[in-house]
Design a binder for this molecule. Structure first.
Ligand code: SF4
Length: 567
């Protein structure tokens, strides 16, 4: 055991409120792993919710594990220490189950690095009878888990609140050995046991079938929480060491009804289910009584919550400050901005996604330039000094004009932010956060090609040049090569598992792993998919019909939305 790391863990625990410490005696031990830093994992409400639910079960002890940073990983290796849980500081190998909560495909490599540091064989077929069961949940689990499937004993497909209780009951009552337990799980709706499926490929490399073996269902159906009011979704543990650790996060519902064509969340969490204003108000009142001062509302699109006005009143009546995770420019109101300003908000975020109204229509995020500029007026009028905007480049049908329109729109936004400054000085800061479009499974754009790192770099250069000289505009963006990695992991099939394994063995050096991998990056990323092609995620059912996606894809490409010469 490394004493340095032990002390670090104790310091994190000492700063927390709400940590659950349970005795292990006779209990089912579950390690809940967030495959990224503590500060990121502790800001994730889904991770926190599962931690709470598991620990509410009397015969379960659930403890948290996070990705060690490079210095910590070196210390683990130097002292021959396996990654350990925060609460009891037991090594991962001591647990009955290791559950990874994965919300971002880029963390797949971290999943394998953690298993490797723990001395747990990566491939399911290499595991021994005494190794813990390794499972995964989170949105990646029901988007496309195939690249990481060879390393998972089972995958929780869908919203886990109800399913975790059923899984534990099955383990408690019927676990005899690994094989028979996995047999049992194939019959549990919402559980995917990858080794019970065989992928078949044509000579040209195309995936032709995924065959269910030994009585496993041909299609795995996502579990959906029927009554969102039945479970409180609120952070269990507060910590100053997380981005949103200083406030109580509260989920207002699941899903979003807007149907933007690039958006995974807008598709896979359907139908939209809002928590009742009564249930949320009760929770807010209880939090206020416990002395809570700040509340953060979380959801796919919080400003669309139908009773947002009532909720704001409850928050304010209890003297609490408000924070909000996501807004749409067309549902930002004066009341909401005023409430956020009173809550001390210094930055407001909106996501126009594209520089032109035409492209916004094509991606079905049909907000107008005037609505975006109107949002600038509201932000400025309420004294919120910073506006952050999200744009996405490389989307289907995008032209050079669409890209050039982003800095042009930024200049107009800046005018509106500036014009209202009483002293005529530049007011606050406008941030353009530019992400690269990655075609996601289960969206109408799932057939579209990824633009490629070089094309994306050129688009970024256009934007940076376009805002050059504007001191109050800041451009943030990811490296387009990282977007290419994300495209590979979001769209790949099981063969991509070889790349993941190589990247983990190289200590996370995915660039080198890509060079050494004998797979074809372009095949999985920049290739447009034919409408009748078998997709790696076709043996799942998440409640989104392919015919509807196809209709939406064809509408996006329809002549009235697409200028001549667009891809
Ligand atoms: S409004 Fe936001 S959350 Fe809703 S579908 Fe569009 S991008 Fe997704």
């Amino acid at each position: 055991m490394s004493w340095t790391l032990k002390k670090k863990a104790q310091a994190l625990l000492a700063a927390e409120e709400g940590t659950v410490q349970k005795d292990w005696g006779g209990r089912i031990a579950v390690a809940l792993v967030y495959p990224n830093a503590y500060s990121v994992g502790m800001s994730n409400l889904g991770f926190q919710t599962i931690y709470r639910h598991l620990n509410e079960l009397p015969d379960v002890v659930c403890e948290r594990v996070f990705l060690p940073d490079p210095a910590e990983a070196a210390e683990l290796a130097r002292t021959r220490t396996a990654p350990f849980s925060l609460e009891s500081q037991r090594p991962l190998g001591d647990f009955h189950m290791i559950g990874f909560s994965v919300t971002y495909e880029g963390d797949y490599i971290n999943v394998l690095r953690i298993l490797e540091l723990a001395g747990i064989p990566l491939r399911v077929g290499d595991r021994r009878s005494h190794d813990p069961l390794v499972l995964m949940g989170g949105v990646c689990a029901f988007s496309n888990p195939e690249p990481i499937a060879p390393f998972m004993d089972f995958v929780v497909v869908g919203e886990g609140e109800e399913l975790v209780g059923e899984l534990i009951a099955a383990y408690r009552e019927q676990y005899r050995d690994r094989e028979s337990f996995l047999d049992l799980l194939t019959a549990l709706p919402g559980v995917y046991v990858p080794e019970r499926y065989e992928a078949r490929y044509a000579e040209d490399g195309a995936l032709v079938d995924v065959v269910a073996l030994g009585g496993a269902p041909a299609v795995v159906t996502k579990r959906r929480l029927r009554d969102v009011n039945a479970f409180r979704t609120i952070a269990a543990v507060k910590t100053p060491n997380a981005e949103y650790g200083h406030m109580a996060l509260l989920e207002v519902g699941k899903g979003c009804g807007r149907g933007c064509r690039f958006c995974l969340e807008g598709q896979v969490y359907r139908p939209v289910r809002h928590r009742s204003v009564q249930a949320l108000s009760d929770t807010i009142k209880q939090l206020a009584a416990e002395g809570e001062k700040r509340i953060g509302l979380v959801g796919a699109c919080v400003s669309d919550y139908p009773w947002i006005g009532e909720l704001l009143k409850v928050v304010e009546d209890h003297g609490m400050e408000l924070s909000i995770s996501s807004l749409r420019a067309d549902s930002l109101t004066d009341d909401l901005a005023a409430s956020l300003a009173r809550g001390g908000h210094r930055t407001l975020t909106i996501a126009p996604e594209a520089g032109t109204e035409r492209l916004r229509r094509a991606i079905r995020k049909a907000i107008t330039d005037e609505q975006i500029l109107g949002a600038c007026d509201i932000v400025r009028a309420h004294g919120i000094p910073n506006l952050k905007t999200y744009f996405m480049i490389g989307q289907p049908t995008e032209t050079d004009e669409d890209v050039a329109a982003i800095p042009a729109l930024a200049r107009r936004m800046l005018e509106r932010l500036r014009v209202l400054d009483p002293q005529g000085r530049p007011f606050g800061r406008l941030t353009l956060s530019i992400s690269s479009f990655v075609p996601k499974p289960w969206t109408p754009f799932q057939w579209a090609p990824f633009a490629g790192a070089e094309a994306l770099s050129r688009k970024l250069a256009t934007i940076k040049q376009g805002v050059g000289g504007l001191a109050t505009v800041r451009v943030l963006h990811e490296n387009p090569r990282e977007a290419a990695l994300q495209a590979l992991l979001a769209r790949g099939d099981r063969r991509v598992g070889d790349f993941l394994e190589a990247a983990a063995r190289l200590g996370g050096d995915w660039r080198r792993a890509l060079r050494e991998w004998d797979g074809d990056l372009e095949f999985h990323t920049t290739r447009a998919r034919a409408l009748d092609e078998r997709l790696p995620w076709d043996h799942f059912e998440v409640g989104v019909k392919k015919a509807g996606l196809r209709r939406e894809w064809e509408r996006a490409l329809a002549a009235d939305a697409v200028p001549a010469g667009a891809a």
